[in-house]
Write a protein that binds this ligand. Sequence first.
Ligand code: E4P
Length: 214
Amino acid sequence: MKIFLDTANVGEIKEAAKLGFLDGVTTNPTLIAKEKRKFEDAIREICEVCAGPVSAECITERFEDLMPEARRLAKLASNVVVKIPLTREGLKAVRACSQEGIKVNVTLCFSANQALFAAKAGATFISPFIGRLDDAGHEGMQVIRDIVQIYRNYAFKTEVLTASIRHPLHVLEAAKAGSHVATLPFAVFEKVIAHPLTDAGVAKFLEDYRKIPR
Ligand code: E4P
């Protein structure tokens, strides 16, 4: 499973990239607004720090507006993936983008049927928001399982990108379901690495090592 970071904070991306296996980054307007900097500047810098796919989201809604916006965002850097919401107008733009060779991450997906249509439109990635589904009383992870099964049934090339992850159990379940990608907030990224028994074990071994006669 590829690991993306779900952030627009360049410091967090640099920190995660030090591990050497950060595969990409997802952003959205909310995450970029938190950084209090210009949208294009943020995307360009993130694309320099992370060589993998970097999602940059369109904010227009009509097909006629989405296409020039998608083309503009795609030109910011060679690793930009344009994010387009899963709406009727959005799907038209996904289809047109895929015909033009623009990579698209279809965002704000909340059902497996929506994901089926996104794949048929030619999406590069589909982003089901599992945390928001859980918040609304649904089982977000079941949507991931259903999409993985549907994509396998029909050999779709679209990659399932598990999004709106809230805790390490979401990461584990996404991996078990066969999600191609999981995008993690930095706090979850850190929680996946850390375990209190690992810390206690390291401390104990160090303590005992010091007792070994030299
Ligand atoms: C995905 O690309 C989105 O940026 C993100 O995962 C949304 O997560 P949230 O529901 O925590 O805002």
